[in-house]
Design a protein around this ligand. Sequence first.
Ligand SMILES: [Zn+2]
Length: 226
Amino acid sequence: MKEIILGKSVNNLEIKGYFFGEENAFNKTLIVGGIHGVEPQSKEFCDLYVEEMKNLPFPDDAFLCIIPGINPDGLAAFTRGNANGVDLNRNFPSSTWKSTPVSGNNAYHPGSAPASEPETKIIVDLLKKYNIKKIIAIHTNHYIQFPNPPMINYDGEQSRELAEQMSVASHLPAHGDIGYPTPGSMGGYLGFDLKKISITIELDDSKKSPELYKKHSRLFEVAVLG
Ligand SMILES: [Zn+2]
């Protein structure tokens, strides 16, 4: 395992990635947690996996980059957005990106331009650099306006098979539609614009991370091997 500082947040906090396996492997996965600072269990869930895997052998012909906390400013301040008040999950350069937030609600502020935020750019650049075709975003179902149950949400038909495998492994239902508009979301950009395998996990926000990890951690193994 290699720990690499991928860049800095708006408030100059380090954003770390943990790299497992061979960079030139065919099967490459990116897992991102802590996108919304009000969902700290999503970061801790990823941290628990890194902790468990760091001394274990990694599967052959697989590569994983995991970023437990892509939004360190939001995690430190317990805010949904980053230090600029931008919802990173509405800031991706997708065909659906809009300059105004959904329902005029600033909690979903999309930023001044697509990929305007340093945290968003880290992901966009990483995908290009390593040509990663499979991305898993970890969230909890903490909500502002649109409640949704814990689930595995997939973007695009190409993502369905892995979502269904992860559903069996994690005991979370798989759905192709999260049920509310998400312009500029990471999942939509990757799944519909770039046609990558794109999965968003919504864990139960009312549970603590050790319990979530105990219940759902098999999804990591399926994600990496799938
Ligand atoms: Zn979220």
